[in-house]
Design a protein around this ligand. Structure first.
Ligand SMILES: *Cc1c(COP(=O)(O)O)cnc(C)c1O
Length: 428
């Protein structure tokens, strides 16, 4: 595989950006490689600056559910650009996108558009704190909710030890307000809530944990979160930035039949442009300025270009035929990957939720952060490189979910499964 141009560009980029990138995982460090610079993307394919083509399972980390440069989205965007790119004033497109979101997520009575998932989660937490008048937050190990200060925290030694920041630059005092518990441990959660519930403003969770691969909630776990938070007047926030429109069209809340108080969305609702949204119960959202006292704002929030990409994407997702088609592709890929690993004699655990998936290089059932960490990351790194060399672009880390799109066809999947069999054999 030719990488001369990417190498030269990466050298320049390293002088300009920390680690040569504008978001850390892109640097390929977790797989011991060097990032490829992308020239263009179309359908299921990425094309790099050295003329290599790849079947893409990263899909910009989830958003490109229709595939890259979907004709309807591109056409609408071209038209929208002619009308100006940002007004800093209300526009009808905001209403159109919000209505579509509400149709799929009936738990969202009122919402606010923002420009990223990080903004959505950090603002939802502020809303919950303002609403309850409490400061503490519970999150779960391995769940990623963007890079806001109080959320870059994992557990200390005991399950309910006060939080220790994961990153320098996050004040310890701030991190102390975040309690981190193991995902899927209903008993630990119940105990924490029975003890501290009245001090907890909100519980935030990725209902399927996509940021350590693809970890399913155990039967009843999400129900316990709902029951215990209701009991103590704590706001339950589903961070569906990744799972929204992925686990099912109505997200994990639809798939598991749980109604959260607030929901965070991002990724898919922007159709590849920077959009996030948070919303839910009207009484909580009415806390947000200018209706209420909790301040939150955004210069480019609800801008017409981003709204257009979201609207056009959701229009396609609304069609009856869309989800069955993507799910069928996912099913085909899931069976193929599981088969390929088994035939090659490599111990793996495969998980899938709707159109997101992960193959873990472990023999252990993955149910939380600790079991995810049993995966052999060095072996994954070698597998990743073998796939890349064969034209398959996976997320450059064992602990990321993969995604399929409407643009992935049978030929893509067959080629991927063939490549996977050879790659599994090579890392046996
Ligand atoms: C990606 C992601 C975020 C952060 O969204 P950004 O747009 O990258 O800020 C938050 N929560 C979850 C679950 C995510 O997957």
């Amino acid at each position: 595989m030719r990488t001369t141009t990417s190498k030269a560009l990466f050298k320049q980029a390293q002088g300009l950006f920390p680690g040569g990138v504008n978001s850390p995982v892109r640097a390929f460090r977790a797989v011991g490689g060097m990032p490829l610079f992308i020239e263009k993307a179309k359908g299921s394919r990425l094309y790099d600056v050295d003329g290599n083509a790849f079947v893409d399972y990263v899909l910009s980390w989830g958003p490109m559910i229709l595939g890259h440069a979907h004709p309807a989205v591109v056409k609408a965007l071209k038209r929208a650009v002619d009308k100006g790119t940002s007004y800093g004033a209300p526009c009808p497109l905001e209403i159109e996108l919000a209505r579509m979101i509400k149709d799929f997520y009936p738990s969202i009575e009122k919402m606010r558009m923002v420009s990223s998932g990080t903004e959505a989660t950090m603002s939802a937490i502020r809303a919950a704190r303002g609403f309850t008048g409490r400061d503490m937050v519970i999150k779960f190990e391995g769940c990623y909710h963007g890079h806001a200060d109080g959320l870059l925290v994992k557990a200390g030694s005991g399950a309910t030890t006060f939080g220790v920041p994961d990153s320098p630059g996050v004040p310890k005092d701030y991190a102390k307000l975040t309690l981190t518990l193991p995902f899927n441990d209903a008993d630990a959660f119940r105990a924490a809530m029975r003890r501290d519930g009245k001090r907890i403003a909100c519980v935030i969770v990725e209902p399927v944990v996509g940021n350590i691969g693809c970890v399913m909630p155990a039967l009843g776990f999400l129900d316990t979160l709902r029951a215990e938070t209701s009991r103590s007047g704590t706001v339950l926030i589903f961070d569906e930035v990744m799972t929204g429109f992925r686990v099912s069209r109505g997200g994990a809340q639809e798939a598991f039949g749980i109604t959260p108080d607030l929901t965070c969305l991002g990724k898919v609702i922007g159709g590849g442009l920077p959009v996030g949204a948070y919303g839910g119960r009207a009484d909580i959202m009415e806390m947000i300025a200018p209706e209420g006292p909790v301040y939150q704002a955004g210069t480019l929030s609800g801008n017409p270009i981003a709204m257009t990409a979201g609207i056009e994407t959701l229009k396609v997702l609304k069609k009856k035929s869309t989800y069955p088609a993507i799910e069928k592709t996912m099913q085909h890929l899931a069976e193929g990957l599981k088969d390929a690993a088994a035939k090659a004699g490599v111990a793996t655990k495969f998980y899938r939720a709707g159109t997101m998936f992960c193959t873990y290089f472990t023999g252990v059932e993955v149910t939380d952060y600790a079991t995810a960490k049993t995966a052999d990351t060095a072996r994954f790194g070698r597998f990743f490189m073998k796939m890349l060399e064969q034209g398959v672009y996976l997320a450059p880390s064992q602990f990321e979910a993969g995604f399929v799109s409407l643009a992935h066809g049978k030929a893509d999947i067959d080629a991927t499964v063939g490549a996977a069999y050879r790659a599994f054999r090579a890392v046996r």
